[in-house]
Design a protein around this ligand. Structure first.
Ligand SMILES: Cc1ncc(COP(=O)(O)O)c(C=O)c1O
Length: 371
């Protein structure tokens, strides 16, 4: 991944600096409105990271101590950590081996009488099957937090991921398609929930610093509950506004590069490329391939060969339940998660990637058929 940043972002950041207002202010408000509109949500609350967005989302959904939260193990570790931040217990569920996302069956297998919420990750930008999973959560009275950290620009049944989400959490880390350096956003259609998250990101204050500054009269703030400092800066939001205008082009370019990989790699036995699920479109934030038992070279050896050819590939998505931080959580075997995490790799896709660069990647993979 190489973030697509240029002079326009640099100028926007400089303009924010020159304005003298660099903390959360008018540009954050503008970015929140524009991003929420882009993903089809009524409200956006900008925060300092995707992790902060997940944390605030769980607080706003009322999840806390003694609650169990079903999460995929196959995710960046921040997904499971968020459950622990609110004192809840993450319960790891398996995923669909083809797309790396939770399914109704894997969620059901993890439910207990203590389950209060599900964190549904749209892994690598591949949309999860929202209709089925929303219906399941409604049936069991569970809150549903969508971890859409990777999913800006992905679509579910023709509409942007984000539409209809109880709460969705987004990341603007440079690994994502839209970056503000660090940053995140929580989106929701619920005005009260949004207002509470706005307060919580700013120490629980009932009036924001920007509102107090804008007022002609002195305004005394009150602190309604224990909050956090999860604010985004106006410099970040200025960059985000430019990035947002490029999102559609970014996704279109990645989908073209992915289609070319899919064509070129289709003939390699034992190597399966990620592709769209039948109900939606991935943004190809991560283009991964998985190797089945018949592939003659092990994943780590293949990564080494790619590296020796000057190709920066990465291991597949991690499995949190295999990490020391979660050694104390007793987890049944998660065969699809373990197979995907151990036998997949993420290939380079970035703005301006040439056919010649892609051919170099493909050549290493094709050569591996011979062992
Ligand atoms: C699925 C998922 N959730 C959460 C996060 C955390 O986002 P951030 O790095 O912005 O805190 C990431 C990003 O790395 C992610 O991939």
């Amino acid at each position: 991944m190489v973030p697509w940043l240029g002079e326009e972002e640099a100028a926007a950041a400089a303009e924010a600096v020159r304005s003298g207002w660099v903390a959360q202010g008018p540009r954050v408000t503008e970015f929140e409105r524009a991003f929420a509109a882009e993903v089809g949500a009524a409200h956006g609350v900008a925060v300092s990271s995707g992790t902060a967005a997940l944390h605030l989302g769980l607080v706003a959904l009322g999840i806390g101590a003694a609650d169990e939260v079903v999460v995929p193990s196959l995710s960046f570790i921040a997904t499971a950590n968020a459950a622990r931040y609110v004192g809840a217990t993450p319960v790891f569920a398996d995923v669909d081996p083809a797309i790396g996302n939770l399914t109704t069956a894997t969620i059901e297998a993890a439910l207990t009488s203590q389950t209060r919420a599900v964190i549904l990750v749209h892994q690598g930008g591949v949309p999860a099957d929202l209709d089925a999973i929303r219906a399941l959560c409604e049936h069991h009275g569970l809150a549903l937090l969508e971890d859409a950290a990777c999913a800006a620009g992905a679509r579910y049944r023709g509409r942007p991921v984000g539409v209809g989400a109880q709460v969705a959490a987004w990341s603007f880390h440079p690994r994502k398609l839209l970056t503000t350096g660090e940053g995140g956003m929580v989106t929701t259609d619920d005005a009260e929930r949004a207002a509470r998250m706005r307060r919580l990101r700013e120490h629980g204050m009932n009036v924001s610093a920007a509102e107090r500054h804008a007022s002609a009269k002195p305004v005394l703030e009150a602190y309604l509950e224990t909050g956090f400092n999860y604010r985004m800066t106006d410099i970040q939001a200025a960059v985000g506004l430019v990035q947002l205008r490029k999102l559609a082009a970014t996704v279109a370019e990645r989908r073209e590069l992915a289609a070319r990989y899919q064509r070129e790699l289709a003939a390699i036995p034992g190597l399966i490329s990620i592709s769209d699920p039948e109900y939606g479109e991935t943004n190809y934030q991560s283009f991964w391939v998985r190797l089945d038992d018949t592939f003659p070279v092990a994943r780590d050896e293949l990564l080494l060969r790619l590296s020796e050819a000057g190709v920066s590939a990465r291991r597949g998505i991690m499995a949190a339940h295999l990490e020391p931080a979660y050694a104390d959580v007793s987890t049944p075997s998660l065969p699809a998660t373990e197979a995907l995490s151990l036998n997949s790799l993420i290939l380079p896709v970035f703005h301006g990637m040439t056919e010649a660069q892609q051919d170099r990647v493909v050549a290493v993979l094709k050569a591996a058929i011979h062992g």
